[in-house]
Design a protein around this ligand. Structure first.
Ligand code: SF4
Length: 446
């Protein structure tokens, strides 16, 4: 773990509903890079999720707050007893903040205020975009299925920080997913450093969820997640052959026809220097095969330009590959050294001005592809999820199956009454217009 990782202790009291809230808070904090610790000593602050249902529970909650204050000193209170903030403050004036039940956004906000999330964002490897540090709205949630990574990409230090892949057993992942759905989540964003490798370390061990056997393997996990009746979106998938089996699930509508694959480059020599997983795979053919199984597939990826030794011809190879691959959504970074990464020892560093110039050319290229692909959607209808309302402009911001929150584009619903739509609800829209990254739509009466 990085030395400066902020550490949070957690005390969870009360009924199963409170537990769902605790899970939600913990999932959010863990996803943002907080370390969760099991004792008072090692924690930078402690969150106490209280119960206030009966007097005995209230007394127990006040006692737990007192203990946390004594042992640690920095305490945030949430949960049912939070509705009696005055009582809490009277008994324990030193608590940092008090929030009520099912106010997970507020409690995570309080944690941010008193213990800021890790500020260093590594665009190559961090699972949540920097904007993701803002609170995840209640209707979608990140679901982390494993920690660590078995690869040793030369620009990355994640394996030395977090170790080799450790998958969470499928039953545990499913229990968390189910709790998130019960707490109102409509879209699960599956994340890990290497989603395709899920379960390899456990030899795809059989686990149990609600008494049913479920293998700790991506295919079975996707089938189980698909049975929850919410949107399921896969991030950080590498194009291994085992992913082929997931495509039919997408074609059947069990999980979203969306894959986020961090390709990083297309030149075989650069991919080898990067020590990328699946660098020898024929990815163009694989993408073609996937699209023939699931024509609605949206592909997102990120790339690094200006990697040490990248020649103009190799950069051009990347642009040509992009023309062939026709990815829908693309992000790009100029290469920069990360302390401790083996790529730092590679010769032929690329001058900053060249990196910048390649970045601009890459983005122009990607923008044109994005524009053309979005233009093809005009006139089509989609089921979308409402993310936000702009009452002043009278519009709703939504996303379709092809748009992950924070990183992809928006669908702006402009029809009369759009500002009356409900955040977190699904609606059907007809696309009326497209620009480089976003779509515009009218809601369709149901
Ligand atoms: S796949 Fe490569 S870039 Fe991703 S975490 Fe593993 S080593 Fe790092």
């Amino acid at each position: 773990m990085p030395q400066n990782q902020p550490k949070v202790g957690f005390v969870s009291l009360g009924c199963p509903k409170a537990l769902v809230d605790s899970e939600r808070i913990l999932t959010q904090l863990r996803t943002e890079g907080y370390e969760l610790v099991g004792n008072y000593d090692g924690a930078d602050l402690v969150v106490v999720n209280t119960c206030g249902f009966i007097d005995r529970a209230k007394a127990e909650s006040l006692e737990a707050i007192g203990e946390a204050l004594k042992e640690n000193g920095r305490v945030i209170v949430t949960g049912c007893m939070g509705v009696h903030a005055d009582e809490i403050r009277q008994a324990h004036p030193r608590v940092l903040a008090v929030t009520g039940p099912q106010q997970y956004e507020q409690v995570v906000g309080a944690v941010h205020q008193f213990l800021p999330p890790p500020t260093h964002h590594n665009p190559y490897t961090d699972l949540v975009p920097p904007q993701g540090i803002k609170l995840t709205p209640r209707h979608y949630a990140y679901l982390k299925i494993s920690e660590g990574c078995n690869h040793r990409c030369s620009f990355c230090i994640i394996p030395s920080l977090r170790g080799d892949l450790i998958s969470r057993p499928a039953g545990e992942v499913m229990a968390e997913a189910e709790r998130l759905v019960q707490s109102g989540v409509k879209e699960l964003l599956v994340i890990s450093q290497d989603t395709s490798a899920y379960g390899v370390d456990l030899r795809y061990r059989l686990d149990f969820w609600n008494g049913q056997p479920v293998k700790t393997r991506l295919l079975e996990l996707c089938e189980a997640l698909g049975s929850l009746g919410v949107w399921v979106r896969l991030h950080y998938v590498y194009p291994y052959p085992n992913v082929d089996a997931i495509l039919p699930l997408m074609a059947q509508g069990l999980i979203l026809p969306y894959l986020d694959i961090p390709f990083q480059h297309a030149s075989p020599r650069i991919l080898q220097l990067m020590k990328r997983p699946a660098h020898a795979e024929n990815t163009l053919q694989r993408l073609k095969d996937w699209r023939s199984i699931c024509p609605d597939l949206t592909l997102r990826s990120t790339f690094i330009v200006g990697f040490p030794g990248e020649t103009e011809a190799e950069f051009q190879e990347l642009l040509d590959w992009m023309d062939e691959a026709q990815l829908d959504r693309v992000g790009c970074f100029t290469y920069s050294a990360v302390d401790g990464a083996s790529a730092n020892a590679l010769p032929d560093a690329i001058p900053e001005a060249v990196k910048e110039e390649r970045y601009q050319r890459f983005m122009e290229h990607a923008q044109k592809i994005s524009r053309d692909k979005l233009a093809e959607k005009v006139g089509k209808t989609f089921k979308v999820i409402v993310d936000d309302i702009d009452a002043e402009a009278g519009i709703a911001m939504a996303r379709g199956p092809g748009d992950a929150p924070e990183i992809d584009g928006n669908i702006f619903i402009e029809s009369p009454g759009a500002d009356q739509l409900v955040v977190g609800n699904f609606v059907h829209v007809s696309i009326t217009e497209a620009d480089d990254y976003d779509l515009y739509a009218q809601a369709i009466a149901e």
